[in-house]
Design a protein around this ligand. Structure first.
Ligand SMILES: Cc1ncc(COP(=O)(O)O)c(C=O)c1O
Length: 427
């Protein structure tokens, strides 16, 4: 369907563009410096976890259920940390390793393990010629960067409203033995906010990969990150695997990065008993032992799944107004123009925005000129190549409400201007 600019008479369109350009010049003159680029928690959110820092002192008991936190050893993580991680993911603590402070780091290490050592006794991927990972798009640029770094071919797969296009996933995974993995963010996906439907999770769990060393990288980064009281419900992939009679298929990851402090928390991974044994063996070479004092602080602060939920409700109170402001500004500014669509997620860290074809790069670039930084256009696709150049990731969590409102006003103006110019170029 034509958008409002495409239906205007030429003179009316010229006048409209002149008016918008004048408004853009007025914004430029303000010399703004605003940032809506990366999904970082705001200061109000990280402040919520400051009391955790008071829970460990020189007087503290540094032993967790018989496991000393103040020395080497306990390679799978402290018992109470593994239990907390297991509760968050709804899995058996026996199959959980808590290690490091970044889940992306664990994902990276397991890609490297597949690439250099091989998975399940198979040849390392580096000796198998061309190997591929599937990349649901729009998706998380840092995932794509990990596989790209090792020369693994990133293959885009379309995201739908209920998860990745499973016909395509099944077709490729089940017919092509060079497909070794898929990047998934199953709850409140980065950046769409989509939570995979039960059917999609079941179809993942029932995959019969052509490659025995294929694994699903199930990055449940936003597992407890609801913005509303009744958040989305994600089917537990390990329950679905059991139903499907499948075993060594999934590595699931998460961390406390956006629960407490990014890059100073606990990261964890769970997998089948066979896979977790292999993961343990890899980690045993890579690390002497995990950051157990940080783990101790986390379990004393968060305690259990109920403690995590209560803490996340406080995050939601900080974040909800920001996400509501995004919807309000976009609705007020753009909903009547037919130029764009955007998501309205019930959790996570992002809103995914699609403008007219061929607009995203121009929007991001003009935004930068006017003093507002956005995630680079194309970042949500492998190799930075958004085939239609439509998608922009909006990250509303970090700026103050005031700055966010100002940045969104500029965004609405720029989307209008770029859309109007495109309509004129098309003639
Ligand atoms: C989907 C996803 N996974 C992982 C991460 C990074 O998590 P961590 O800090 O635990 O490495 C992010 C951060 O934005 C993310 O969006």
């Amino acid at each position: 369907m034509a958008n409002v600019y495409q239906t205007m008479e030429r003179a009316e369109l010229d006048a409209c563009i002149a008016q918008l350009e004048q408004e853009a010049e007025a914004v430029r003159a303000k010399g703004l410096s605003l940032d809506m680029a990366r999904g970082k928690p705001s200061v109000q959110q990280t402040d919520l976890s400051r009391p955790m820092l008071d829970l460990i002192s020189s007087e503290s008991d540094l032993v967790d259920e018989g496991a000393p936190a103040d020395n080497y050893g306990i390679p799978d993580g402290l018992p109470s940390a593994r239990r907390l991680a297991a509760e968050i993911l709804g899995v058996d603590a026996a199959n959980v390793v808590v290690n490091g402070s970044s889940s992306l780091n664990l994902m990276h290490d397991l890609v490297v393990n597949g690439y250099t050592r091989g998975i399940g006794g198979n040849e390392p991927w580096c000796k198998q010629g061309t190997v591929k990972f599937l990349c649901p798009c729009p998706g998380y640029d840092r995932h794509f960067a990990v596989t790209d770094r090792y020369g693994i071919v990133n293959v885009p797969i379309r995201m739908r409203d209920d998860g990745p296009d499973m016909d395509e996933v099944e077709r490729l995974v089940q017919s092509d033995s060079t497909v070794k993995g898929i990047w998934c963010v199953p709850k409140y996906a980065n950046p769409t906010g989509v939570t995979y439907s039960d059917e999609v999770v079941r179809r993942f769990a029932a995959l019969k990969p052509a490659a025995p060393d294929f694994r699903i990288f199930w990055d449940n980064a936003y597992v407890v990150h609801d913005l509303v009281e009744e958040g989305d419900k994600l089917l537990n992939i390990f329950d679905a695997l059991e139903e499907a009679g499948n075993k060594n298929l999934v590595y699931e990851f998460s961390s406390t990065a956006k629960i407490t402090f990014p890059s100073s928390g606990m990261a964890f991974v769970t997998a089948s008993p066979d896979d977790i044994a292999e993961i343990r063996a890899a980690f045993a070479i890579e690390r002497v032992s995990p950051e157990k004092i940080s783990q101790l602080m986390h379990v004393r602060f968060l305690q259990d799944a109920a403690g995590v939920r209560a803490h996340m409700a406080k995050h939601a109170e900080v974040l909800r107004p920001r996400f509501e402001l995004v919807q309000q500004k976009l609705d007020d500014g753009l909903s009547d123009l037919g130029v764009a669509t955007w998501t309205n997620p019930r959790g996570g860290y992002f809103v995914s925005f699609d403008g007219p074809e061929g607009s995203a790069k121009a929007i991001v670039s003009l935004m930068r000129e006017l003093g507002v930084t956005l995630t680079g256009a194309g970042a949500t696709w492998p190799y930075g190549k958004d085939p239609l150049d439509t998608n922009i990731r909006i990250a509303p969590t970090f700026p103050s409400l005031e700055d966010l409102g100002a940045a969104l006003d500029v965004f609405v103006l720029v989307v209008k201007l770029v859309s109007a110019r495109l309509a004129r170029e098309e003639r």
